[in-house]
Design a protein around this ligand. Structure first.
Ligand SMILES: Cc1ncc(COP(=O)(O)O)c(C=O)c1O
Length: 394
């Protein structure tokens, strides 16, 4: 593994937030900014060459997730894919019913979309996970009503890395004739996905989570379900998603996904070794807890709560000062942080949910980075705890 995560002596360990675009993806994209800049809707060769590139990318993405090319639609990213999937079913099926089931641990791209649908008269049931972040198939079955039209459950959680049993959950939805959407933004490229095996109807993914560019994503919609458009206009993407296509982005995303699939097994072993070493070290600290599922979790994802620090933004800021870029996984800025809604849904107190701390590795991280990350994190946790004790005294 090359040591290129340490750019300008920074150590980047927030790959669930976004990833470095791979060299291969950048190279694949470049011609579509310059020589091959045509509008894919145009009939002359510049346009047709761009259209061919999009078709090729569509085939690549389809193959990577076991779909047919006609089942793939390009979007501006995971947020749009989630919005589109949910709105499309809600609009198409509203005569059959207005009840949607999801979970309390979804990304806001799903939760806020469901909130909006509630204002429009839909009913939403949010299932709560167990202590590992898993959704019980029994709870799902019990929540299904005659007017349920959609179940939307994420494949892997961004805050605590748990991989959910989508195949079982989709089976239950289908047993009751209900459509199933999964937000696979954190899963795609990192763990195997086969939409036929999972038997999902709709699946969202996002390029920048697997070493592709930002601002581009895709949605899988199982044939014969052509999703109702969310964005209307010139009729691109077979009328599904209007707007001139982001050709370089689409090409780069497909290339990056292909690269991930080709080296998935090897990367997975490597990322697990980084993750498990870090977990082992952090758990030696008193008052440190791993969040999420210890077994069914994303290969490069380690997430914790630490007792006795006011909130993890303080720790993240301190680490940033020595060039380590980590995060909480929940809405967080340099100066403030919200308690993670995911951890609160799992039963953590607000105080603990403010302490969520996430390390997410990519193939660009190295074993050599680990001792520095471990040493500094432990040191700052101790410092923050001492500070808290002093504040209690005075
Ligand atoms: C689970 C999940 N869904 C959706 C999104 C949104 O994706 P994008 O940033 O491509 O809009 C994210 C991004 O963090 C995510 O982690």
């Amino acid at each position: 593994m090359k040591d290129i995560s340490t750019i300008n002596s920074r150590i980047y360990i927030d790959n669930s937030a976004t990833t470095r675009v791979s060299d291969g993806a950048v190279k694949a994209m470049l011609p579509y900014f310059t020589e091959e800049f045509g509008n894919p809707s145009a009939i002359y060769s510049y346009g047709q060459d761009a259209k061919i590139a999009i078709d090729k990318a569509r085939h690549t993405i389809a193959k990577a997730i076991g779909a047919m090319p006609t089942e793939i639609f390009f979007t501006s990213g995971g947020t749009e894919s989630d919005n589109w999937a949910i709105h499309s079913v809600a609009e198409q099926k509203s005569k059959a019913g207005k009840h949607i089931i999801s979970t309390a641990i979804e990304h806001n791209a799903v939760l806020k979309t469901l909130k909006k649908l509630e204002w429009l008269g839909f009913n939403v049931t949010l299932l709560t996970p167990d202590s590992k972040g898993q959704i019980s198939p029994k709870d799902l079955e019990a929540a299904i009503r005659p007017d349920t039209i959609l179940v939307s459950i994420m494949f892997a959680n961004n805050v605590m890395g748990t991989i959910l049993d989508i195949q079982t959950l989709a089976q239950i939805a289908h047993k009751h004739g209900v459509l199933f959407h999964t937000d696979a933004v954190q899963a795609a490229g990192h763990i195997p996905i086969n939409v036929r095996k999972l038997d999902v109807d709709l699946l969202s993914l996002s390029g920048h989570k697997f070493h592709g560019p930002k601002g581009v994503g895709a949605i899988f919609a199982k044939i014969p379900r052509l999703p109702l458009p969310l964005i209307t206009g010139g009729g691109q993407e077979r009328g599904g998603r209007s707007g001139t296509e982001n050709v370089p982005g689409i090409v780069g995303m497909a290339h990056a996904l292909q690269e991930c699939i080709e080296s998935q097994k090897e990367n997975s072993v490597y990322l697990r070794s980084l993750r498990d070493r870090l977990i082992e070290e952090f758990l030696k600290l008193e008052g440190a807890y791993l969040t999420g599922d210890p077994i069914a979790r994303l290969p490069g994802h380690a997430s914790f709560v630490f007792e006795g620090i006011k909130h993890s933004a303080l720790l993240i800021n301190k680490l940033n000062e020595v060039g380590i870029c980590a995060s909480s996984g929940s809405a967080c800025s340099a100066t403030s942080q919200e308690a993670s809604h995911v951890l609160m849904a799992m039963g953590y107190s607000q105080e603990m949910a403010l302490n969520s701390f996430r390390v997410s590795f990519s193939r660009y991280n190295t074993m050599q980075e680990l001792p520095f990350i471990i040493e500094k994190t432990k040191l700052y946790i101790q410092e923050l705890r001492n500070l808290k004790k002093l504040q209690v005294l005075y």
